[in-house]
Design a protein around this ligand. Structure first.
Ligand code: T46
Length: 132
């Protein structure tokens, strides 16, 4: 199965504009414990470079775009997040990198767990050992 699992959010549009509703356990396949967003990024400054032991997330660029790389220790795949209706599911034990942020990028992330620095794997070799 591809590492890139996209979720297309239905856009509820009318003449006034568009609306996307993100609901736990329906459009988002887990119960949401945390929401954060990344903004005021720089095109040349990449982020991520880590994995998590126990964390599922959905990432969506609600404005602008960025290039997301996912890596499971065997395969490395990339996708552009460039639409407010395009969510990317990021599973446990998946290395992620975010590159090429557009100036206007706002990356919204829905997370299945509370913030826990102890859940991060920030060293790639440690990540490879964890996925073995
Ligand atoms: C991920 C990608 C997509 C908190 O205090 N609470 C939080 O909920 C988060 C996410 C971060 N932080 C602190 C930890 C650092 O001092 O905010 C600072 C920046 O976090 P970090 O360097 O981990 O940011 P990114 O953009 O590299 O990664 C983040 C998430 O941490 C990560 O889980 O999947 O966005």
């Amino acid at each position: 199965m591809s590492l890139i699992q996209l979720v297309e959010f239905p856009s509820l549009g009318d003449e006034r504009g568009s609306l996307v509703a993100l609901e736990a356990e329906t459009t988002v396949p887990f119960s949401i414990k945390r929401v954060y967003y990344i903004f005021a990024t720089k095109e040349k400054l990449s982020r991520g470079y880590h994995a998590h032991y126990n964390l599922k997330q959905i990432a969506v660029c609600i404005t602008g775009k960025c290039r997301m790389i996912l890596d499971n220790g065997k395969v490395r795949e990339e996708v552009w997040l460039d639409s407010p209706t395009k969510g990317l599911l990021i599973n446990d034990l998946t290395w992620r990198e975010m590159h090429n942020f557009s100036e206007d990028c706002v990356l919204l992330v829905l997370a299945s767990e509370h913030y826990d620095e102890g859940d991060y794997i920030r060293d790639y070799n440690e990540f490879l050992k964890a996925v073995e």
